[in-house]
Design a protein around this ligand. Structure first.
Ligand code: GUN
Length: 291
């Protein structure tokens, strides 16, 4: 069994990005600039955004965090987005999800300039990705593809089970795994909350990508020997013995499933850090395209 070390890999990628930034700066070009909008004060979102801002510093990017009240109206949020679209100094930006219930997420994401949409959530980018045209690829699926590529895991013709159909992970990764390219070409099955025979499907899978959000849902008796496991779950589980009062759990019973897996991502330290590295990569790309 080999650990797919996303933390290590993300540092390698960040180092590569930093080198590109240094080359830009020595040729008199500007620093890439990533902005993020955070509405409200959800604990998990604050943690993610904090990591994103910290990572920008690490690679020499400029970053701007725009914090808005939970009660902001949809119109005022749209105005903030228009300002970011018009701000020539900002190369890319994200609107951290989820948004408060009174705001229509679709309407907000549609307002983001596709050229600055480093999350790849705008229908233009999503559609281009499906058509295998150049686009911004959502950071988490992009990170998963990068793990497969850098560990040279063969996917062509393999049975890949994706668990979850969210627009952020499940849907895009199912598209990427089936696309006509190296580290794609898999035979993809998408399981979701209405799937009835998940164990039957998981036992046939050569690769399992789980983005379900149920801690330790995938047990040893649900996977075959030699399976490749990518665990995207990050659920906070109450743990009074921990100083934070919680621990982060993945979708996979790591201790037992890892005994049968050929490769497996840990949680934390697997897909999570890769998401941030790939967001930075998209921002660098957005900046380079503008030059
Ligand atoms: N919420 C959970 N994951 C993501 C992500 O990748 N991007 C944004 N904007 N919000 C998220």
């Amino acid at each position: 069994m080999k650990i797919l070390d996303g933390k290590y890999l993300s540092n390698v990628i960040k180092e590569e990005i930093k080198e590109s930034v240094d080359v830009r700066l020595s040729s008199g070009m500007k620093k890439p600039h990533l902005a993020a909008i955070l509405v409200g004060d959800d604990g998990a979102s604050l943690t993610y955004i904090g990591s994103k801002v910290k990572s920008c510093k690490q690679v020499g990017f400029e970053s701007t965090l725009i914090r808005l009240e939970n009660t902001i109206s949809e119109n005022n949020l749209l105005t903030e987005i228009k300002k970011l679209n018009e701000n020539k100094n900002i190369d890319g930006y994200i609107v951290q999800l989820p948004l408060p219930k009174h705001i229509n997420e679709e309407k907000i994401l549609l307002m983001v300039d596709p050229h600055k949409d480093v999350d790849g959530f705008h229908p233009t980018n999503f559609g281009r990705m499906v058509l295998e045209l150049p686009s911004f690829i959502p950071a988490t699926p992009f990170g998963i593809m990068e793990i497969l590529k850098r560990y040279d895991i063969q996917t062509s013709g393999k049975n890949c089970l994706v668990i979850g159909r969210s627009n952020i992970v499940g849907r895009p990764i199912s598209v990427l795994m089936s696309q006509k390219s190296s580290y794609g070409n898999a035979t993809v099955t998408v399981a979701h909350s209405r799937t009835e025979n998940i164990k039957e499907l998981s036992l046939k899978a050569d690769i399992i990508i789980s983005a379900l959000g149920i801690p330790e849902f995938i047990k040893e008796n649900m996977v075959k020997q030699g399976v490749v496991v990518i665990d995207v779950g990050i659920t906070r589980v109450v743990d009074k013995t921990n100083s934070k009062g919680y621990v982060i759990k993945g979708d996979v019973d790591f201790k037992n499933v890892s005994k049968k897996a050929s490769y497996i991502t840990p949680v934390p330290g697997g897909v999570g850090p890769m998401t941030i590295a790939m967001l930075l990569k998209n921002t660098l790309l957005a900046c380079e395209i503008k030059d």
